[in-house]
Design a protein around this ligand. Structure first.
Ligand SMILES: *Cc1c(COP(=O)(O)O)cnc(C)c1O
Length: 389
């Protein structure tokens, strides 16, 4: 077995042959964690957030976000999204803030920018820290400012489906110097995943890389869900309601190998952006139907889509047809806090009915791929299916 898979114990620096990420580069000390949600929890803890505190998040998100909040002992409080966006509505956010609120997590869903100037105003009036969820971001700017440059910190994920894929993992990017120092100190205490877990994740990464082709999207997806249920692969969602205890994964870093892969993957961002732009433009041109709404882009935004979102009227039928025709069409977020339903939603503090826009959006959203495995003739194929709706 490669020495890079050698485990390393709490508090000890990686030995020389464990090949840590290269030093003396801008990425010299990346704060990379086991998952994006772990990075979020680390940022919130660094902000001194814990039991009794509230953190405002948006509905129409994935369980990773409330799970990250709850791992600190804090309570997620949900704000609705805008009537014509996938991101938090400023007024709803204002209403969600209480004396117990300590921070706001702002999500830039699909890479579309949240209404940052207004949100920053609200945050500063209430004296709250803003943490940006940049998991879908590959370089969108708003009035010339890159996403992630508004709040005190941001976090990303390197999971499947994100702009840069490294397997599993996430990074905290901290702008505030004092906060960064606190995170760096706590990071020293984080352990690497066990040798067994690292091996499992590497195999998973290899298998997915080999198997995944857009036309196999549905089959690979099913296979992984099946394996996840059997516990053979690290499931996407080990949801908070499964246990009251915080998962030990919240004290783990990302493996050196995956961190190196993420850093290398980031070098590809210009090409990733270019392909995304090409695909999004092609979708916008080719897809036209009275029952389908393209995303609305806010003024001043230069948007790169992690996936290209469409609002449709008959989501179940469209998904079934896409699956039959082997067209990659994603269903997320299937529920307001994907993939939780019913009582599971209450377990992460969401009261069904409380965020009607988010619930509506979950019932009508589908999204098309913009990643580089999407072929140039794909938008036409997708349009053939979608335009019949
Ligand atoms: C993927 C994702 C995360 C983090 O996911 P992890 O599985 O914890 O890496 C957080 N927020 C959003 C919006 C995401 O899509």
């Amino acid at each position: 077995m490669s020495s890079t898979l050698a485990p390393h114990r709490r508090g000890r620096r990686p030995s020389a042959n464990a090949s840590p990420p290269p030093a003396n580069t801008p990425a010299a000390m990346p704060l990379t964690y086991f998952r994006g949600r772990v990075a979020l929890a680390a940022i919130l803890r660094g902000l001194g957030i814990g039991p009794g505190d509230e953190v405002a998040v948006q509905a129409f998100t994935c369980v990773a976000v409330p799970e990250g909040v709850m791992a600190t002992g804090a309570t997620p409080v949900y704000a609705d999204i805008g009537s014509d966006s996938f991101n938090v509505d400023a007024e709803s956010l204002s209403r969600a803030i209480t004396p117990a609120t300590r921070a706001i997590v702002v999500q830039h869903t699909f890479g579309t920018p949240a209404e940052m100037p207004r949100i920053m105003e609200i945050a500063s009036e209430a004296g709250l820290a803003v943490v940006e969820d940049c998991c879908h971001d590959m370089g969108t700017t708003l009035d010339g400012h890159p996403l992630g440059s508004f709040g005190v910190a941001s976090f990303t994920s390197f999971e499947w489906g994100k702009p840069v894929v490294a397997g599993l993992g996430g990074e905290a990017v901290v702008r505030d110097a004092a906060l960064r120092q606190r995170l760096a100190a706590e990071y020293e205490q984080c352990e690497l995943p066990s040798r067994k877990k690292q091996l499992q994740l590497e195999l998973q990464y290899l298998a997915f890389g080999l198997l995944y082709r857009p036309q196999w999207y549905w089959r690979v997806r099913e296979a992984f869900h099946q394996l996840g249920r059997l516990g053979a692969v690290a499931g996407n969602f080990r949801s908070a309601e499964q246990s009251q205890e915080v998962s030990p994964e919240f004290s783990l870093r990302m493996s050196h190998r995956m961190t190196r892969r993420a850093i290398a993957g980031r070098q590809q961002l210009p090409a990733i952006r270019q392909h995304s732009r090409l695909m999004a433009d092609a979708y916008r041109q080719a897809i036209s139907s009275s029952t389908i709404a393209h995303p609305n882009l806010p003024a001043g935004a230069d948007t790169y889509f992690a996936r290209y979102p469409l609002r449709v009227t008959d989501k179940p039928r469209l998904l079934a047809e896409a699956r039959q025709q082997r067209i990659e069409l994603a269903e997320w977020y299937r529920t307001v806090i994907h993939p939780l339903e019913g009582d599971q939603l209450r377990a992460v503090g969401y009261e069904p009915g409380s965020c009607p826009q988010a619930e509506q959006r979950a019932s009508e959203i589908v999204s098309l791929p913009t990643h580089r495995r999407t072929r140039h003739d794909f938008p036409q194929r997708a349009a053939q299916l979608l335009n019949q709706h």
